[in-house]
Design a protein around this ligand. Structure first.
Ligand SMILES: [Zn+2]
Length: 307
């Protein structure tokens, strides 16, 4: 029967190679349906599975390419780096070494990037978190970048958009991490007084200290399908209340049903739908203008759109 075995193996290789046979870097196994997918196919689909719709995690820099109008993103505040104010040491690695390793792995200085861009031709100030950098944890650099993103929105009359991908606050910076929650929340209250919209985009995962501050303060909160959205982890809640949790607990669809998020948007539609949403705010605020004032921006309705 060896011929049959060979033939079977051949068929399998042609359509769905075993994990061990996958050439490194060419195939990725989908966590949703288990299919092995060509990375080029995944890139065409913005790292979503064409079979089951699973949304893979992507870096902040990749995401901004999907979100902003092509070529419109201008990064700012690139030189912010974290200190080690608590001289944090745990059993495994001192904080500075952990930071250096994350910087080497990702090519980024910390777990967020920020800047200005247009979405659907409309001016935005945007920050995006990067889960691949220490779990997207929010320390003083991430908090400061989000804060400056909100300030830029106010200074330049732009809409504010923050894309979250995070496990929460960065424990290595202790209370300084938690202070970012208050700092960003105060600025968002000022943004609201300035009559500028804030759209919070929740990707997988958006949890803990970040969800308990800016991520849940959007005028509109949208999420990617099946993104984990919650404060404490399911295991902790289960142990605390001593009850089983309902199916789909803390997934985007569950929190949509409970009214916590306003809309679930597939990554491929994100730019277009946010563009439409921002256009609504643009028209209702007479071009993001302060009351009685003039906006410094012109709405270019011919701006490049996603296909
Ligand atoms: Zn899949």
């Amino acid at each position: 029967m060896s011929w049959l075995k060979r033939e079977r193996t051949g068929i399998k290789q042609a359509t769905k190679p075993d994990r061990g046979e996958m050439p490194e870097g060419l195939w990725t196994k989908c966590d949703g349906c288990g299919e092995a997918l060509f990375q080029t196919v995944l890139e065409e689909h913005l790292w979503t599975c064409p079979n089951c719709g699973h949304h893979f995690r992507v870096s902040a820099r990749t995401y901004v390419g999907y979100l902003a109008d092509p070529g419109s993103f201008q990064e700012r505040h690139t030189n912010l780096v974290a200190g080690d104010p608590l001289e944090f040491r745990d059993a495994k690695m001192p904080y500075p070494e952990r930071l250096a390793a994350a910087q080497k792995d990702t090519g980024e200085k910390d777990a967020a990037i920020c800047g200005v861009a247009t979405i659907g031709g409309l001016p935005v100030s945007v920050a995006l978190m990067n889960f691949f950098f220490m779990g997207g944890s929010m320390g003083s650099v991430v908090g400061e970048k989000v804060a400056r993103t909100i300030e830029t929105a106010m200074d330049e009359r732009r809409a504010c958009v923050v894309v979250s991908a995070t496990g929460g606050a960065r424990m290595q910076e202790g209370i300084l991490s938690l202070m970012q929650m208050a700092k960003t929340s105060v600025l968002l209250a000022q943004l609201r007084e300035a009559r500028l919209p804030f759209v919070s985009v929740l990707t997988d995962p958006s949890t803990a200290g970040v969800l308990a501050s800016y991520a849940s303060l959007g005028d509109v909160i949208v999420a990617e399908p099946k993104a984990l959205v919650g404060f404490a982890g399911a295991r902790v809640i289960r142990q605390t209340i001593g009850e089983d949790l309902p199916p789909g607990f803390q997934r985007a669809e569950f929190v949509l049903e409970k009214g916590f998020v306003d809309r679930i948007i597939h990554r491929k539609q994100m730019r277009d739908e946010l563009g439409q949403l921002l256009a609504f705010f643009w028209h209702s605020t007479r071009g993001f203008a302060p009351e009685g004032g003039r906006s410094p921006h012109r709405y270019d309705s011919n701006a490049p759109r996603s296909t």
